[in-house]
Every structure is written in C-alpha cells, then in structure tokens.
Ligand binder design. Structure first.
Ligand code: ZN
Length: 199
C-alpha cells in the first residue's frame, strides 16, 4: 500500500513536540519488540530483544535493547543503534524521520494537522511562495505516480533542478515569518533527494 504524500506545510517540529508528550515508548516496543520487561537503571526503564533486522536478523537471543519510557529514547548495546521514538519508527517501518512523525501524528493526533502557515492568507496569496509551493506539491504527486516506471529517474533529476531554482526564489523573500515554512519545505526537498538516492 502506498502512503499518501506528507503535505508540504505539515509542521513536523510542532507535531514532534506534541507526540513526545503523548506517545508511549512502551506501547511502541510492545508492538515491535519481543520480551519487553521492566529494567531499573538511572537511564532506562525497560529492556527487550533488539527489533532491528540488521541485528541477527531481528532475532537476537540476549536482551541488548534498552529504552526509557520517560525520556522516549532507546539504545541497543550490541548493535549500537539509538534514537528517539521517531527514529524507532523509521528503523522498523523504513520511513524517514519526517514521514515517521507524520504517520504517528495521523495515527495519534486528534484530527487537525499543525501547519507552518503563520502569515495571513492575503500576504500568502500575494507571494510567489504560494505558487512555488503548490508546484512542489504537484511535483511530489507526479513523482509518486511515476514511481517504478522508466521515466522516474529522469523526473527525479528534473525535480531537483526545479527545487534548486525554488531555493533561490525563497532566499530572496525577506520575511522572518516564512522561515518556518521553509523549514518544512527544506525537509520536503530532503525527502525527494532521499528518494533519488534510493534508485
Ligand atoms: Zn541491536
């Protein structure tokens, strides 16, 4: 099943902060890991078998994987992987951090997505930015629809050249409010680049 693309204005930083308050690392571990147990230490609250497929194919015999329910981070002392709840989802679902935050938010959030648009609609419609962002959204949809087809590598190369031009456009907009939009937009670009690297 292919995932719907992450909206360009999804404010992943705000979403990550909200989720860190509400998502339980223990619930995630119970979903993905074997033998989750309490473990009292100054740093960690639980141990379990490491779920990484790169670690003994996901079937390690010892429990080298530790996590903190309060701190929402993990570490495997055998294969050295470590990170927070979003890295954990990325590790197990093969998604990027950006996509992981989006997916957990859609699964746990209460409806509305946090968005980066902090300027008024009038201001926003007046900027070239809006057109560029709509275009980038369409490019993303286009890339999705061509995935696996022979034209896909060529389209990715073309998309990157468009994104470079957009970056130049954005760098000329002297508006502090736009920086948050750019933060998401840059993440969006990184996603495209990552997909190209996967080819
Ligand atoms: Zn491991």
């Amino acid at each position: 099943m292919s995932r719907p693309p992450v909206p360009w204005d999804f404010d992943y930083e705000v979403a990550a902060e909200v989720l860190k308050e509400h998502v339980s690392m223990e619930d995630l571990a119970n979903k993905y890991c074997r033998e989750v147990r309490f473990f009292r230490s100054p740093t960690f609250t639980h141990s379990c078998k490491c779920p990484s497929r790169r670690h003994k194919g996901g079937f390690e015999k010892k429990s080298s994987f530790f996590f903190s329910e309060e701190g929402k981070f993990y570490k495997c002392f055998a294969c050295q992987i470590h990170g927070d709840i979003f890295d954990f989802i990325s590790l197990l679902e093969g998604t990027s951090r950006f996509e992981s935050i989006y997916e957990i938010y859609c699964a746990n959030g209460s409806g509305e997505l946090p968005t980066t648009t902090r300027i008024s609609n009038k201001e926003f419609s007046d900027t070239k930015l809006k057109k560029e962002l709509e275009l980038s959204s369409r490019i993303r949809d286009l890339l999705q629809s061509y995935k696996g087809k022979p034209q896909y590598p060529w389209l990715c190369t073309w998309a990157n050249s468009v994104f470079i031009r957009m970056d130049e456009t954005f760098s000329k907009i002297p508006n502090g409010e736009i920086s948050r939009i750019l933060s998401s937009y840059n993440q969006f670009n990184i996603e495209i680049l990552r997909k190209v690297e996967e080819l």
